[in-house]
Design a binder for this molecule. Structure first.
Ligand SMILES: Nc1nc2c(ncn2[C@@H]2O[C@H](COP(=O)(O)OP(=O)(O)O)[C@@H](O)[C@H]2O)c(=O)[nH]1
Ligand SMILES: Nc1ncnc2c1ncn2[C@@H]1O[C@H](COP(=O)(O)OP(=O)(O)O)[C@@H](O)[C@H]1O
Length: 188
């Protein structure tokens, strides 16, 4: 069977990271570590939080997609994905909807897109505050075009998008279990 990558996408605060953790814990998926040229923060571990790169080593990898934030490069590589697949496990990665589109285009049927959302977007700001994000950073994020784009369920050129409503985490986990069961039945 072909290896899969689950791309968890959606607006900030919707619960993408939470759902990705759940998939790792309950369904043995392994996270694809992404690369960055920014310096490690206190407590961050190379190969666990990110692969920390310099400009030269960053340029040596083969990226499915990459972006620049605050003058630093970030990218998800073929090499990191293959490392996960070599373990025999399916992979999981959290990306914005633009990144999700790129994966669907490049990896086709190997990509399972999961769009995490909430029924009322005002909840998102509350969650970011609860998570401990800096107020200035929250304001910036919520005012961005990327945020507006990610609020809308993406239409990915005929690629299926599985929507998970995460107003309540227990209910969201049930939807994930149902999704995993239906993928198994379809032999995907
Ligand atoms: N498109 C894309 N975004 C990434 C990648 N790796 C990290 N990011 C995003 O880069 C942004 C900045 O990450 P970081 O410097 O760790 O700061 P954070 O805002 O505290 O998460 C976050 O929105 C990450 O989700 C990647 O490989 N591709
Ligand atoms: N269903 C939920 N109800 C309440 N809080 C939640 C729920 N799902 C996630 N959270 C919390 O909301 C915050 C944002 O979740 P997170 O997974 O970090 O979102 P994202 O990765 O999409 O930005 C975290 O503090 C998380 O623990």
């Amino acid at each position: 069977m072909q290896r899969k990558i689950f791309v968890i996408t959606g607006p900030t605060g919707a619960g993408k990271t939470t759902i990705a953790h759940y998939l790792q814990q309950e369904f043995n998926l392994k996270k694809v570590i992404t690369h960055t040229t920014r310096s490690p923060r206190k407590g961050e571990i190379d190969g666990q939080d990110y692969y920390f790169e310099n400009e030269t080593t960053f340029a040596q990898k083969h990226y499915l997609e990459q972006v620049e934030y605050a003058g630093h490069r970030y990218g998800s590589s073929r090499e990191a994905l293959e490392l996960v697949w070599h373990t025999g496990n399916d992979a999981v990665i959290v990306l914005d909807t633009k990144g999700a589109q790129t994966y669907a285009d490049q990896l086709g049927a190997q990509t399972i897109i999961v769009y995490v959302t909430v029924s009322n977007s005002t909840i998102l700001a509350q969650r970011l505050v609860q998570r401990g994000d800096q107020p200035e950073r929250i304001k910036q994020r919520l005012a961005s075009d990327d945020f507006q784009r990610d609020l809308v369920t993406p239409q990915l050129n005929n690629h299926p998008v599985h929507v998970i409503l995460n107003d309540d985490l227990t209910a969201a986990k049930t939807q994930i279990k149902d999704l995993m069961q239906s993928l198994k039945l379809e032999n995907i």
